[in-house]
Design a protein around this ligand. Structure first.
Ligand code: HEM
Length: 177
């Protein structure tokens, strides 16, 4: 049940995939809201959600990589998919990992360099810095943009399989048999 089989992902991989999807969407929403927040108090409230959720995503992603590469079985490519499509799909999956780790690293760097942790986590009188004064902020913005592009491409490919190729690809990444 927990491990993947040649024709489908196992319960653990499916759970991590959908939990990560929900949390990453929450990070995108809260990140863009934080960046556009008009006052410091609102930005702080949002970051108190954004940073812990990002920590959970980091742990889930690290666990997912270890589980996939060391313990899980790898499902076969979808029957009938041309090799070039498989290569693109693989590239997109690797890009997701790179961008997620890049977002976490640039987020941490931004908070450490700016000294924002004191204001975000409640030290009385601490002022929230202007994040755009720090170079990792630009990388965080670029990563957010790349993540939107990857998510659109990834979801578009899943819908193409589901509704145009009709090869029931989404069944492989859902619970049950
Ligand atoms: C997978 C992990 C993460 C994702 C997907 C993510 C996503 C985002 C996005 C999309 C934005 C808006 C960027 C923009 O408008 O240009 C943002 C802003 C922000 N993120 Fe993250 N983030 C992640 C991790 C982190 C971490 C680990 C931290 C800090 C420890 C962090 C701190 C911030 C801060 C402080 C802002 C607001 C910047 C500002 O107000 O200018 N993020 N995030």
């Amino acid at each position: 049940m927990q491990k993947s089989k040649p024709d489908r992902y196992g319960t653990l991989a499916v759970s991590i995939h959908w939990l990560s999807a929900v949390l990453i969407l929450a990070l995108m929403g809260s990140g863009f809201r934080a960046a556009n927040a008009m006052d410091a108090a609102t930005k702080i409230d949002i970051l108190r959600f954004h940073i812990p959720v990002a920590t959970v995503v980091l742990l889930l992603t690290a666990f997912r990589i270890v589980w996939r590469w060391r313990f899980d079985l790898k499902p076969r490519p979808v029957a009938g998919s041309p090799a070039w499509q498989e290569r693109i799909a693989h590239g997109i999956h690797v890009a997701f990992y790179v961008v997620i780790f890049g977002m976490v690293a640039s987020g941490i760097a931004m908070v450490v360099l700016s000294g924002a942790a004191a204001a975000v986590f409640g030290q009385p009188g601490a002022m929230l810095p202007n994040f755009t004064d720090y170079p990792p902020r630009a990388l965080h913005g670029l990563g957010g943009f790349l993540l939107v592009a990857l998510l659109v491409f990834h979801a578009g490919a899943a819908l193409y399989h589901q509704f145009i190729r009709r090869d029931r690809l989404l069944r492989r990444m859902w619970f049950g048999n």
